[in-house]
Write a protein that binds this ligand. Structure first.
Ligand code: GCU
Length: 379
């Protein structure tokens, strides 16, 4: 690590300012590809002044260490999961709350809400850093050496969690023993039997090879914890308005690339893990897992008032999306014409025959189901 930092010592290389980014993931991970796009954009626009260097695989240290380096300005950016940011800025605890988002749609909508997210991003200014953008790190699930089908199966198991107080509490509520450690230590810890398993997204199985040592992955879906591109605040403030605009645009592009890559790679990881690593994917009774930890919502809100407004805002999105999907399923469930619609439909010119109109003759208009008449009225 020291070598990697002193390699760029003086921070200026042929007159250019070196911008260093620490990443825990490997060169094939969606985040690395996102950061490659970040680098490309910054250097295309400001290449005479800045050179961006990305250090993957925890070369600059595990998350906690790399965040400290970013805080002090020894490096300029780090990609870190919000669980690792909690101890620096309590508002990030919100993302560790289990079953916070009702669905991935809610999650993406909240993360894409710039007004809400900027409030969170700027709240870390007093800690010396500011978040520029987020990356998808999927949904977190248990994986272990033995199958976990119900919360009862977790009894007596030792499960790795991220180094965050909320993650420890969550694991205890699930009924397992929590073993906090950095991400890079997980493979060996499972292999050597120091822990029985961990919890993470599908890419941990393939990209980080955990599927070699843990063969059962349970879709209990307890968290959606994003990763953040965190910048040293002094560095960001040292940029001119024009430069800052370029860095912000680069961040936006990096997220776009990452999100698209994420969806593609998760599918691929699932296939690879099952086919080449012999990992078994288990469906779980999600409600049973939820029941164990839902009490934490109240507890966490009482302990940390910083998260209350964000929590309420997310609940509103949960509600809104629930309403919307109810509406959609009503439409799908089959609706027949209300008297008003029937009258309007009767007035519309009709093709004399299906063949003449070039249409399939038996196709109903969208508001009439194949089955016909037992739907509800719709205006
Ligand atoms: C994911 C996430 C990382 C995080 C890791 C972990 O891989 O992307 O940011 O550090 O999980 O569980 O520690």
């Amino acid at each position: 690590m020291a070598a990697a930092i002193s390699a760029g010592c003086g921070r200026v290389n042929s007159g250019k300012r070196i911008v260093r980014i620490a990443l825990g993931q490997s060169e094939s991970h969606p985040e690395y590809l996102g950061l490659a796009a970040f680098k490309e954009h910054v250097e295309k626009e400001l290449g005479d002044k800045y050179e961006v260097q990305v250090f993957p695989n925890e070369i600059l240290g595990a998350a906690q260490k790399a965040i400290e380096l970013t805080q002090t300005g020894a490096i300029d950016f780090v990609v870190a999961g919000t669980a690792n940011l909690e101890t620096f800025a309590p508002v990030y605890e919100i993302f560790s709350m289990p079953y916070l988002f009702d669905s991935t749609e809610v999650y993406r909508r909240v993360m894409g809400d710039e007004v809400m997210m900027n409030g969170i991003y700027e709240s870390t200014d007093k800690a010396g850093f500011r978040v520029l953008t987020w990356y998808n790190a999927g949904t977190r699930n248990f994986y272990a050496k033995k199958p976990v089908r119900t919360p009862e199966d977790l009894k007596g198991m030792k499960i790795r969690v991220q180094q965050s107080p909320a993650s420890v509490k969550m694991m205890q509520a699930f009924g397992a023993a929590a073993s906090p450690m950095s991400f890079g230590e997980v493979y060996t810890a499972i292999q050597q039997g120091v822990i029985d398993g961990a919890e993470n997204n599908e890419l941990a199985l393939t990209n980080n090879k955990h599927g070699e040592v843990a063969k059962y992955f349970t879709y209990n879906m307890h968290q959606m914890v994003p990763d953040m591109l965190v910048g040293n605040l002094k560095f960001l403030e040292s940029l001119t308005a024009e430069e800052l605009k370029v860095f912000r645009e680069a961040a936006r592009i990096s997220t776009e690339v990452e999100l698209e890559e994420w969806d593609r790679q998760v599918k691929e990881a699932r296939e690879t893990a099952a086919r080449d690593m012999g990992v078994e994917f288990l469906e779980a009774d999600v409600e049973a897992f939820k029941e164990k930890v839902l009490g934490l919502h109240r507890e966490m809100l009482e302990d940390n008032p910083d998260i209350e407004p964000v929590y309420q805002a997310i609940q509103r999105v949960n509600e809104e999306m629930k309403e919307r999907s109810k509406e959609e399923s009503k439409e799908k469930a089959g609706l027949r014409l209300s008297p008003g619609q029937a009258a309007r439909y009767a007035l519309e010119p009709k093709p004399r025959s299906g063949a003449e109109a070039g249409l399939a003759v038996n196709r109903n208009p969208w508001w009439i189901t194949e089955e016909g008449s037992d739907g509800e009225w719709m205006e």
